[in-house]
Design a binder for this molecule. Structure first.
Ligand SMILES: *Cc1c(COP(=O)(O)O)cnc(C)c1O
Length: 366
């Protein structure tokens, strides 16, 4: 499969390091894009089939049913929820709504590549604060804010490092934020982090409180990760009615298909599949971290469905060698981490195959 992040960065095939993956992925294990290794559940597939029969009709543009369920689940009002074609589409809407030529957005180095893409597409500049111990440095971000700053992008958990920001630190940051700056809190890995927090006895996120308090905060969530729907393109944002009215105007009508909406509704109802995914991920993350560390590779403690590995080796070359053993992982050279790899937590069998491949690949050098 073609890496979408890479595809945007390298639009000519000659420049791309991963286009060779296209068509090959059928016999490769894909552990590069943080997808759900179990696929959609049978109930979701059934809902997709039922919705597909009605594909001749336009979808409900307002997605009322899904918004009401999400609003109920998250404790906000339906007007404060907007469904988009993946959270990437919401990032684009937010950038086009809040940014303009001459304005800037601030984020951390080594965070989600899409922040730069959407900021530049809106004609604005992305300013990156240095990352501190693989975590967002909110003080460093604060010192970079200027009168032209309109947005701060925060990935919590961060992709690719897997770290979170403690609620108290985030609140101190929000409390001293100037009025003209909105914060996008990207919680694509919300369910994984929330589950880890319960297992670890820690607190993860109070993001919805900020929305209810009427702060300039947009919370983004996705159906691509724990709910297994990356290919159907559906995600959502939660923000105050006041902010949401502006975003809603920018959303393309009918851009969320009836099939995607039906799949999302079924995926939300299938708590068993979510639970299976979360348990597998938590066990797998712990197992894989120990396994790679035993072989001399450092791994951060993840709050998502992936591990960030410091290999001490050229990540591009190592990823190529790992691919020879049938596994595709993500080298992070173009994220400013030339010796780091990101690997998605898979099924137990996939994790074992990756650990073996990594260890073999580290012993070969060509
Ligand atoms: C995967 C991911 C998303 C989700 O993107 P979709 O467009 O919903 O598939 C958003 N933000 C981050 C940081 C991610 O890693």
């Amino acid at each position: 499969m073609l890496d979408p992040e890479q595809q945007i960065l390298h639009s000519t095939p000659a420049q791309s390091g991963t286009e060779k993956n296209e068509g090959k992925s059928a016999n490769h294990i894909q552990m590069a894009l943080n997808e759900n290794p179990f696929g959609p559940s049978p109930q979701v597939l059934e809902a997709i089939g039922n919705a597909a029969v009605k594909s001749n009709y336009y979808p409900d543009n307002l997605q009322l049913e899904l918004r009401e369920i999400l609003a109920h689940k998250t404790g906000v009002r339906p007007e404060e929820v907007l469904i988009t074609a993946g959270s990437a589409a919401f990032l684009e809407i937010a950038a086009h709504t809040l940014l303009f030529p001459g304005a800037n957005a601030v984020t951390s180095a080594r965070s989600y590549i899409m922040y730069r893409i959407v900021t530049e597409a809106a004609g604005a500049n992305l300013i990156k604060a240095p990352i501190f111990q693989n975590t967002f440095d909110l003080d460093a971000i604060h010192t970079l804010l200027n009168p032209e700053t309109r947005v701060v992008f925060i990935a919590n958990p961060n992709n690719p490092t897997g770290t979170i920001i403690e609620p108290c630190a985030l609140e101190r940051f929000l409390d001293r934020l100037p009025e003209h700056v909105s914060v996008v809190i990207d919680e694509a890995y919300y369910d994984f982090a929330d589950y880890f927090a319960r297992v670890r006895g820690r607190e993860y996120s109070r993001s919805l409180d900020y929305v209810r308090q009427g702060r300039n905060v947009l919370v983004l969530r996705s159906f691509s990760k724990v709910h297994s729907l990356a290919g159907l393109r559906i995600g959502y944002g939660i923000a105050s009615d006041r902010m949401m009215r502006r975003f809603a105007q920018r959303r393309m009508r009918f851009s969320v298909s009836n099939v995607a909406a039906a799949a999302a509704l079924a995926a939300l109802a299938d708590t068993e599949h979510v639970q299976k995914t979360l348990e597998n991920n938590t066990t797998g993350a712990e197992w894989l971290k120990k396994e790679v560390e035993d072989s001399g590779v450092a791994a951060t403690t993840t709050w998502g469905n992936f591990l960030y590995l410091e290999t001490g080796d050229s990540a591009d070359s190592l990823a190529n060698r790992i691919e020879k053993y049938g596994i595709i992982v993500r080298p992070l050279t173009d994220w400013g981490a030339p010796t780091a790899l990101r690997v998605t937590i898979g099924t137990p069998a996939q994790n074992e195959q990756f650990a073996t491949a990594l260890s073999k690949a580290r012993k070969t050098h060509c």
